[in-house]
Design a protein around this ligand. Sequence first.
Ligand code: PLP
Length: 223
Amino acid sequence: MKNPREIISQIKQTVPPYVKLVAVSKFHPASMIEEAYAGGQRLFGESHVQELQQKYQILPKDIEWHFIGHLQTNKVKYIAPYVQLIHAVDTHKLLVEINRQAEKNNRVIDCLLELHVACEETKYGFAPQELLDYLKQGEWRLLKNIRLCGLMCMASNVDDEEQISREFEQSNTIFARLKTEFFPDDDYFTIRSWGMSDDYLIAVKHGSNMVRIGSKIFGPRVY
Ligand SMILES: *Cc1c(COP(=O)(O)O)cnc(C)c1O
């Protein structure tokens, strides 16, 4: 098998230069992150707070850590001092807590709203209409220590490429609508985080500018 840095450089050749690659290192040892780091990768994604904490302590401080998984309110405080982007904000309550912890740390924390477009069991994320209603209602505007930078979603875990395309396209359409209605003058509202190992090429065709790729880079995860 090829090493992570070679695979990262191959992946980058298959996507346009504006697409940011988050190397998803969850369940992989720090040594594999170091390997990718040596090849120039700085953007890493984790989905468990405790694991991220351990890696943050021992790895170089210029790594940009993204939290990509479901985040529990009571764990925000641990990552608030350093996390660069929280991908999967799915409730107002979570956003309020991120804001509170960001304030304590004298920071503004960038966040994405998680959109639920997959036809699947997963219980997380705002449904499209729910997200529109939430933004319209406007309470989020009072939160001065968070910045909403875009959307994140996951497509259904199926082989049907047309279904995956439809789901990403739906996200892309909703992103454009939110941008016009709620963030027209906010040049930071640009991030469209969709696409993983098996569907990132489809995602990029449907507006993704940030892909989150794990197993393709680091191999299968051992849970
Ligand atoms: C694990 C994970 C990924 C990466 O998945 P791969 O299929 O290994 O590329 C991407 N996004 C989220 C939210 C994840 O939890």
